[in-house]
Design a protein around this ligand. Structure first.
Ligand SMILES: Nc1ncnc2c1ncn2[C@@H]1O[C@H](COP(=O)(O)OP(=O)(O)OP(=O)(O)O)[C@@H](O)[C@H]1O
Length: 224
């Protein structure tokens, strides 16, 4: 069950500046992303993609400007508030999957349900539903190391959806997959977005073009 409210704009980044000492990584970035969009964040290495993502997830704070995500003013929240809020509102998918190696696939998917206080008895069935949705229900009892890269990424996507977050953030999710497997993962994200979950994906490649609904390109910390 969803444990967060969805607003009109899932992401509203306003005039965000991020400086590291004398170096400015983001120069007044504005970005609005609506529910159900599948947004690609592109740009050369060092253009500010990860910095922008870190502003959106509250991992890092802007030097100035405002960051509103899923109805919360992220730039004003304390570390404690952020941790709980992030667990309920943002699913994260990484390039190298980052599944816990000693837990089964189903147990990995059940972990984030703690943040939502999901009734213990409904966690396993819910994890199995999510694994069904990403097409690997038959792998539920295995350890991550027993899965292919594509299957591990599907498991990571199921885990990211555990609390039905309004926003899914993926940092080069296909960077470690062969092109056929990458295409299948992109199709999966497109379906998730079509179901109403906003997906923001950092990507270097252009292979996502057929699947995304919008692109933001960064160059030297500015949207171009
Ligand atoms: N903690 C930090 N301290 C100082 N400079 C930083 C810090 N984090 C990032 N930068 C600088 O900010 C700029 C943007 O970095 P960022 O990681 O956002 O780029 P990116 O587009 O994600 O690059 P890549 O595609 O290589 O991951 C870079 O010049 C980087 O060196």
């Amino acid at each position: 069950m969803r444990c967060s409210r969805r607003g009109m704009s899932v992401i509203d980044v306003r005039e965000v500046v991020k400086s590291y000492g004398a170096f400015t990584a983001l120069h007044g970035v504005d970005l609005k992303v609506h529910a159900g969009e599948f947004l690609a964040v592109v740009g050369r290495s060092g253009s500010g993609k990860s910095t922008l993502i870190n502003m959106i997830t509250g991992i890092d704070r802007p030097t100035s400007g405002e960051v509103h995500v899923a109805g919360a003013a992220v730039h004003t929240m304390s570390e404690n508030e952020l941790a709980g809020w992030r667990g309920r509102n943002i699913g994260v998918v990484f390039q190298f999957f980052q599944l816990l190696p000693t837990l089964t696939v189903a147990e990995n998917v059940m972990l984030p349900m703690d943040f939502c206080g999901t009734y213990p008895g409904s966690r396993k069935p819910r994890a199995l539903d999510l694994l069904e949705r990403v097409g690997i229900a038959d792998q539920a009892g295995k350890l991550p190391a027993e899965l292919s890269g594509g299957q591990q990424q599907r498991a990571a996507i199921a885990r990211a959806l555990a609390n039905e977050p309004p926003l899914l953030v993926a940092d080069e999710p296909t960077g470690n997959l062969d092109s056929a497997t990458a295409t299948a993962v992109l199709e999966l994200f497109a379906g998730i977005a079509a179901d109403g979950t906003t997906v923001v994906m950092v990507t270097h490649g252009r292979e996502a073009a057929p699947y995304i609904t919008a692109t933001v390109e960064l160059a030297d910390g500015r949207v171009v």
